[in-house]
Write a protein that binds this ligand. Structure first.
Ligand SMILES: Cc1cc2nc3c(=O)[nH]c(=O)nc-3n(C[C@H](O)[C@H](O)[C@H](O)COP(=O)(O)OP(=O)(O)OC[C@H]3O[C@@H](n4cnc5c(N)ncnc54)[C@H](O)[C@@H]3O)c2cc1C
Length: 357
């Protein structure tokens, strides 16, 4: 992709991607390994934090004096008028998920960037078939609550956990099944009892549905099995919605997908009032190039999901491998996800525009 050189005055973000402090109203202990943070959104920020089910926010916390950013999906449903909530499950050895589970209390402040993400309901009456594992239930729970409340769609959920104790939203799901016995079917799967998901189970669940719209969120290997199962059924790509939580979930990451970079490419990066140029190292993203120059560009998921690393391409062209965060309008306006972009022109110039709320 290539754009005419815009003037820098036009290089303003189309959206607010700065952080805003929000007060935590309640902390709900969901399981021993997961908490929900119920957030207070002040009226002056209600438009900024308006969201759709399935979306997520980039959350910034200070841990031992270090600023850490991670993405967390909303588990609440805006259609039900629920207070905005994110649900965080511990990752073994993980910095932020464990800190949130251990230290965050009602009344604390956390910083959030406005909601984003394309893992959303589409305008269809097709049955919704969801595959969620572990913390992957978070956006799926929001989606299914909204679909039950605002449509007549039938929903089938395959929900995998290590064991019954790990099931987040267990009571809430049971209550939804009681309220919608004809429309909601939840198939729990416990690794310790039922073993891991197989493509055959996926196929069986998928074929039980005449025309399905599929939502998948969980660890990489789980999502791979779902995709493998669906691939045998010739499900159109447009009917499969996938939310990836980690970079490892990407098949090989952006660098592995990179085409041969143009020889002798020069990359210029503007950040924090500094502008530096360097030779591009083949297979590295613009984000990595900025880091190699000793800059501290913003980033979070490094999977093309969160838009924290978005910057404006003002010269040259790039290939962007995964884009689950920028709208078509933003892309047309020159915005790129630097974690997913490699240069495809001899000279590339990128401007980070960081505005903290
Ligand atoms: C779009 C999106 C939505 C998301 N939504 C949710 C959600 O709703 N709920 C949720 O719980 N999570 C969600 N996540 C995942 C979340 O953003 C974090 O990735 C997750 O909480 C782990 O963060 P952490 O700081 O605890 O782990 P990290 O500290 O980032 O570590 C992650 C893993 O890497 C390992 N690791 C870290 N450093 C090293 C090292 N130097 N060497 C070797 N291994 C290392 C850790 O042991 C751990 O296993 C989402 C992610 C994305 C991209």
């Amino acid at each position: 992709m290539a754009w005419p050189e815009p003037t820098l005055s036009a290089a303003r973000p189309l959206r607010d991607h700065g952080f805003h402090p929000l007060r935590i109203d309640r902390v709900v202990r969901e399981t021993t390994a997961a908490v929900s943070l119920v957030l207070e959104v002040p009226s002056e920020l209600s438009d900024t934090f308006a969201y759709r089910s399935g979306q997520f926010c980039n959350v910034r916390v200070q841990i031992d004096g270090i600023s850490e950013m991670r993405c967390y999906s909303m588990s609440s449903s805006p259609a039900l008028g629920e207070e905005m909530a994110v649900t965080v499950k511990r990752v073994p050895g993980g910095i932020v998920s464990n800190w949130i589970n251990d230290h965050v209390r009602a009344g604390d402040m956390v910083e959030l960037a406005p909601p984003t993400g394309f893992f959303q309901l589409t305008d269809t009456s097709a049955d919704l078939v969801a595959f969620a594992a572990g913390s992957g239930i978070t956006p799926v729970f929001s989606l299914l609550k909204t679909a039950l409340a605002t449509t007549a769609r039938t929903i089938r959920l395959h929900y995998a956990n290590r064991d019954q104790a790990g099931v987040i939203f267990d009571a809430e799901l049971r209550e939804l099944q009681r309220l919608h016995p004809e429309r909601l079917d939840v198939v729990h799967s416990y690794d310790v009892e039922h073993g891991l998901l197989t493509p055959e189970t996926v196929t069986a669940l998928a074929t039980a549905t005449a025309v399905g719209e599929f939502y998948i969120c969980g660890p990489g290997p789980y999502m791979d099995i779902v995709e493998r199962g669906l691939s045998t059924l010739d499900v159109e790509k447009g009917r499969i919605h996938i939310e990836r939580f980690t970079q490892a979930d990407l098949p090989g990451g952006a660098a592995a997908l990179a085409p041969e970079a143009v020889g002798g490419t020069q990359v210029t990066v503007d950040l924090d009032g500094r502008s530096d140029t360097t030779d591009h190292r083949q297979g590295t993203t613009i984000l990595q190039t900025a880091r190699q120059m000793g800059m501290s560009p913003p980033f979070s998921c490094e999977s093309g999901n969160c838009a924290t690393c978005m910057a404006r391409l003002v010269r040259g062209s790039v290939s962007m491998f995964v884009n689950n965060a920028l709208t078509a309008e933003e892309v047309a306006d020159g915005w790129i996800l630097t974690c997913q972009s490699v240069p495809t022109a001899p000279a590339v110039h990128v401007v980070y525009d960081i505005e903290d709320g």
